[in-house]
Design a protein around this ligand. Sequence first.
Ligand code: PLP
Length: 426
Amino acid sequence: MSQSSPLTKAYAQQLDAQDELASYREEFYLLPSLYLDGNSLGLMSKRAEKSMMDMMQSWKELGVEGWTTGSHPWFFYSEKLGEMSAALVGASPEEVIVTGSTTINLHQLAATFYHPVGKRTKVIATDLDFPTDIYALQSQIKLHGLNPEEHLVRVASRDGRLIEEEDIINAMSDEVALVVLPTVLYRSGQLLDIERLTAAAHERGILIGFDGCHSVGAIPHSFSKWGVDFAYWCNYKYVNAGPGGVGSLYVNRKHFGRAPGLAGWFSSKKDKQFDMEHTLDACENAGAYQIGTPHMLSLAPLLGSLEMFQEVSVQKLRAKSLGLTRFMMDLIEVELADMGFTIANPQQDDRRGGHVSLEHDEAIRICKALKEAGIIPDFRAPNIIRLAPVAFYTTYTEVWESVQILKTIMQEKSYEKFENKREVVA
Ligand SMILES: *Cc1c(COP(=O)(O)O)cnc(C)c1O
């Protein structure tokens, strides 16, 4: 056992009373259920609702003039949100733009940074990647007339949960042009050593980019300091921008001026865009990797949400998140001992993300029983229950309660009445 603190409800309440972020819970619309799925879809905040309503109002009152007038002119909104989110990833304001989606942004960045030349034709990913990243890389490889079976190298996991940095580095041969990795693995919650992997890629003349979906908003990054070439992420998980909220991309300033692989008129320098020339004069910062008209109604909630990230640093959020997940793991080890659970995420703080990954042979049915008991977890096939206490709105007391409820479900075997079949959306 790793814990030294008492695993009691009273202790949880004491931690909540001392929590300097406690007031932020009031900023969110909490559900009747205890929500542990903020790593799939963050809850709505009142400020996100307000910036969304402000956007509707500006459309209502300004019509097309909203592009250039009003308190947040739409024409500059993606840039403004990019500036506001730069601190989340350790970037300068011009290195981040809010545009597209995770998948689209990976297509854009691979189209921009993957140039197979001579024998350097391969792309490294991992066997445990989120499928969309793999599909996008496969199609980018095909667009170059190459066979993804041969040119996409998926680094294997030794145990089905984790990927060893050493194995990734060993795969960085002189046939590799590009490495694309998750910051945090979506199932096991493993946090990769981004700095080490970036240095290793660069020593070998390889470009490297990261999918930050499972870390941005929960874990601080220093992309610019580490020299990461590019990154992309969604804002609807820990950044609470709402379902289908617009994604983000980061391009290191050393690459500014590199032509966008997928160009569009929003790639233009802002002051040249309305010259309507047929020769693109691309912007010389991350804005160049935009394509078309921004999805204003899906951008708007992010403005309100990011205000909170400007008040509370991601370093503070990470400290609380580590406290919540540590408390949860300690409780699980004691309360759920010998009930068939395995904690699949790494234990060390510098190797784990924002969620606890619990494996159990009955994971599907246990998740259904948790929902019935008023807890919203997240199931990932074949046997993973992801539990994400979120620093902005989850309390230590809720963590304590959720483990007690899970214990009762296991003792009473109340999961047995559910069908062992996953839902369409899991
Ligand atoms: C959530 C997630 C995505 C989702 O991509 P979309 O384009 O927003 O659908 C992609 N990659 C990872 C690692 C994710 O966790």
